[in-house]
Design a protein around this ligand. Structure first.
Ligand code: NAD
Length: 370
């Protein structure tokens, strides 16, 4: 049985509650002889600040570097609103992304048929939706220099952000998208604003060249980011893999998230460069949602996004796509049986707790391997 080294960073708010359900799922896989996990636990965000005045300690960073995958809960909450900027809870996540060089953010938007009515769009538009947004995570306007506010001396100030992309950054994120598409619907939609942005012209040029050179078998389309936003709510099922930059990806992936009904349903992956020698890459898996302080400690959190993040780790870090499929099927079956946490209640007459949802998924998972 394969053994994988996981670093669990539950974080704050509902993070620890949903992480417990990941441990439960991992224990089932271990028990069934499918995969064994060596798990270490660390602190991140506000809980790390409370313990040692940093949003993540150097020793936990070292554990993250050594892990086969990091499984991250969520950080933040009103308790830490006034802590110094450099050690605010989010700084822990940003340090992980930076130090592990996680340049590719994968956000699937899947709409389970049982939840189609929870979407703000009509059932026929979202039912069985399965798209993947690949967002460049370490470049572009969020990091480009100069980045400043300058005083013009005439009572006016000027805010400056710089959108900058080099060829290698576009190539490596494009490669992730094309490779993913080959394992899915074999179609990539690349999105930028080449009509008004030079970085968009380069993005388009590099993606076209990469496609011609290495991925001719994959269907490639281009859409301007504003038009793509419109198409995402008009007919999202036309897409398979969407690849885009940091800024547009931030916005488009949130639109896609809402198609699926609830934040509590959405996992994500952040991947680094593949090591040519070992074939491994640094990776971090996390739910899209935050620490939900409004429901923390009440047993109300939906653990599906967190459990789905473990499924993504199995698929993208450990080559266990079949096991990931089984976890996702267990989730779909539990939803089809009518079980609901409060966030996805819809017309259901009763709801279950975080623990009960995790138990039900564990039971279905056992059946899937029976
Ligand atoms: P949030 O995602 O925490 O919550 C938004 C709403 O969705 C809330 O009503 C919450 O109860 C609900 N919700 C979220 N996840 C849920 C789940 N699993 N089950 C049921 N309901 C769920 O976003 P927010 O309220 O804007 O932010 C709260 C805190 O989380 C802030 O401190 C913010 O900075 C932080 N945050 C952290 C991350 C992260 O750790 N990656 C991401 C977003 C926000």
């Amino acid at each position: 049985m394969a053994t994988y080294k996981l670093l669990l960073l539950p974080g704050d708010g509902i993070g620890p509650e949903v992480m417990t359900e990941v441990e439960k799922t991992a224990a089932v896989l271990s028990d069934l002889g499918v995969a064994h996990f060596e798990m270490e636990k660390g602190l991140v965000g506000g809980s790390a600040y409370d313990a040692h005045g940093q949003s993540i300690s150097d020793s936990d960073m070292a554990l993250a570097q050594a892990a086969d995958a990091v499984i991250f809960g969520a950080v933040g909450g009103p308790k830490w609103d006034a802590v110094p900027y450099d050690v605010r809870p989010e700084a822990g996540l940003l340090r992980l992304r930076k130090d592990l060089a996680l340049f590719a953010n994968l956000r699937p938007a899947i709409c389970y048929p049982a939840l189609a009515d929870a979407s703000s769009l009509k059932r026929e538009i979202v039912e069985n939706l399965d798209i993947m947004i690949v967002r460049e995570l370490t470049g572009g306007v969020y990091f480009g220099e100069p980045k400043q506010i300058i005083d013009l001396g005439n009572g006016q100030k000027r805010g400056i952000d710089t959108q900058v992309y080099d060829t290698y950054e576009i190539e490596r994120i494009g490669r992730v998208a094309f490779e993913l598409a080959r394992k899915r619907g074999n179609k990539v939609t690349s999105s930028e604003k080449r009509n008004v942005m030079k970085s968009g012209v380069l993005w388009h040029e590099v993606i076209v060249a990469l496609h011609a050179r290495e991925f001719k078998d994959v269907q490639l389309e281009h859409q301007l980011a504003d038009s793509l936003a419109m198409q995402l709510v008009r007919w999202p099922k036309q897409f398979d893999v969407i690849v885009t930059d940091n800024l547009f990806g931030d916005i488009l992936s949130d639109i896609a998230a809402m198609l699926t009904g609830s934040l509590g349903m959405l996992p994500s992956a952040s991947l680094g460069e593949m090591d040519a020698k070992t074939g491994k890459r640094k990776s971090l898996y996390e739910p899209v949602h935050g620490s939900a302080p409004d429901i923390a400690g009440k047993g109300l959190a939906n653990p599906i996004a967190m459990i789905g993040s473990l499924a993504m780790a199995l698929r993208y870090s450990f080559g266990q796509g079949d096991t990931a499929d089984k976890i996702e099927k267990a989730i779909a079956d539990v939803l089809a049986s009518g079980l609901r946490t409060a966030d996805i209640k819809g017309n259901a007459t009763s709801t279950v707790s975080t623990t009960q949802m995790g138990d039900a998924i564990a039971t279905e998972l056992r059946k899937a391997f029976a």
